[in-house]
Design a protein around this ligand. Structure first.
Ligand code: GLN
Length: 488
């Protein structure tokens, strides 16, 4: 058995019984990274020595571990490279932060360490999490292990690819408009965007602060529940943090679907969606019915505005958040400038990539005097309508089931020069982000090219346990097979 293929739950059971050691696990994962990451490019930083040293130190203590307090003891996990890790480079996939070493830990990273996890590396991503394909990384594009000519999705493409190729056991990603769910869907893994506020953003490099959220990316649903249990905590260093309800996510998995109502929003099954994606998602819905759930067609009438609203609000917030990268305080500074203004201009012109600059310009424009009311304010109003659509839907439904993306992973380069085409691929993930509700992506089948298809399950605020329950039941019924990739 290849130890790197294990899930968190499986690895933990073997560690508990003493049948596997933290060093063996780390070595197996490092072995996979050495064999495949030169092709996939899922990692920006691999912490081989640090992870191995930590694993060696953990060998003795394993007999006395309190597994309730340290549920991730000895398990190698990956972290997206926009989560601050003190003493370890955090680049955000950008030249402007290429050599940035944070002096403090993100709350989620502290939580992982406290739970005993071994962080094996920092994963590749679209620069500042802006993108849907991981082609916008200053550290090189990342490839999909299911087919190296295709994108892994984005912006957490590195984490999804690392999981799919067994180059980690579990991972943390971040999702502003789909960046956990869409790459999970394209790489055949599970990705959960929690309710906005459930997981602390302290130490997450900000993109669009009213949307950003950290969440688990894992090989199965049980692992997502295990990781969320560790990272969902109230944090007074994040002003939007909300207290977690007293719920054990792993426990809630075990209940069945009897009496549950699954809503199917008609606006998510429209022209432009690939036939195979549509039929695969519909099959998952039918499976839900055969497991005892009621199916109800519903309407989310403002869905069509999601892309336009998001691509005003997210760039607006980004233009403000990214103003701090001016070459003065930290990060990259252009060296040959003749004046202060020249230094700002040169630093930002050469430090940021094309997509980030496009967003800063769009964001500055929609916030500027004279345009603010027409764009930013209007978008915020329509955002409220989108939120209300979901509130109405959840009066009658426990969860909603939709596709994650209109197509499976496209070819590298296919949409890179056409921002609008790229933005449109986010159509099914953006509304939930704008509403702040949780959503999971669960693998539900393969298309004719052998590429994974994902189904999205959404619930109302703080109802992650409902999502887990439906996802877990569907996962078992679907029997999606995890392969050992890359196949070549
Ligand atoms: N693809 C979306 C964007 O480019 C979402 C990214 C994200 O969730 N970080 O903004």
């Amino acid at each position: 058995m290849d130890l790197a293929h294990l899930t968190i739950e499986q690895a933990r059971n073997l560690l508990k019984k003493g049948e596997v050691s933290p060093v063996e696990l780390v070595d197996a994962v490092i072995g996979r990274i050495k064999a495949y990451d030169n092709k996939v490019n899922a990692y920006i930083t691999v912490l081989e020595r640090e992870a191995r040293d930590q694993a060696v130190q953990m060998e003795d203590g394993i007999k006395n571990v309190d597994w309730d307090k340290q549920p991730l003891y000895g398990i190698p996990l990956a972290v997206k490279d926009l989560i601050c890790t003190s003493g370890i480079k955090t680049t955000c996939g950008s030249r402007i932060l290429e050599n940035f070493v944070p002096p403090y830990d993100a709350t989620v990273y502290s939580a992982l360490k406290k739970a005993g996890a071994i962080v094996i590396g920092k994963t590749n991503m679209d620069e500042f999490a802006m993108g849907s394909s991981t082609e916008n990384s200053a550290m090189g594009i990342c490839r999909n292990p299911w087919n190296l000519d295709r994108i892994p999705g984005g912006s957490s493409g590195g984490a999804a690819a690392a999981l799919a190729a067994d180059m980690c056991i579990g991972a943390l990603g971040s999702d502003t408009g789909g960046s956990i769910r869409q790459p999970a869907s394209h790489c055949g893994v599970v990705g959960l965007k929690p309710t906005y506020g459930l997981v602390s953003r302290f130490g997450l490099v900000a993109f669009a602060s009213s949307l950003d959220q950290i969440g688990p990316m894992t090989k199965d649903v049980t692992d997502a529940a295990i990781l969320l249990d560790v990272i969902a905590t109230y944090d007074d260093r994040d002003s939007t943090s909300i207290p977690r309800e007293d719920v054990d996510y792993v426990e809630t998995l075990k209940d069945g679907l009897d009496g549950y109502t699954i809503g199917v929003p008609k606006e998510y099954f429209i022209g432009g969606i690939d036939d195979e994606v549509e039929s695969c998602v519909k099959k998952a819905i039918e499976l839900g019915e055969s497991l005892g759930a009621n199916i109800k067609e519903i309407s989310l009438p403002h869905t069509e505005y999601g892309v336009a609203v998001y691509y005003i609000i997210a760039p607006a917030e980004a233009s403000s958040n990214l103003a701090r990268y001016d070459g003065v305080k930290y990060g990259y500074r252009h060296r040959n400038a003749k004046s202060l203004i020249d230094m700002y201009c040169e630093t930002r012109s050469t430090g940021f990539g094309a997509e980030v600059k496009r967003r800063i310009m769009l964001g500055t424009y929609v916030l500027s005097a004279g345009y603010y009311d027409a764009y930013y304010k209007k978008a915020s109003q329509v955002r409220t309508l989108i939120k209300r659509d979901f509130e109405d839907a959840f009066k009658d439904c426990d969860v909603l089931i939709t596709p994650v993306a209109p197509t499976t992973a496209f070819k590298i380069g296919e949409k890179a020069d056409d921002p609008l085409q790229m933005y449109l691929t986010d159509i099914f993930t953006l509304p939930a982000s704008l509403a702040g509700i949780p959503g999971i992506s669960l693998p539900c089948g393969l298309d004719r090219y052998g590429m994974p298809i994902g189904v999205q399950i959404l619930a109302s605020h703080l109802n992650e346990s409902k999502i887990f329950r439906v996802a877990y039941n569907l996962e078992r019924a679907l029997g999606f097979e995890r392969k050992s990739l890359p196949v070549s």
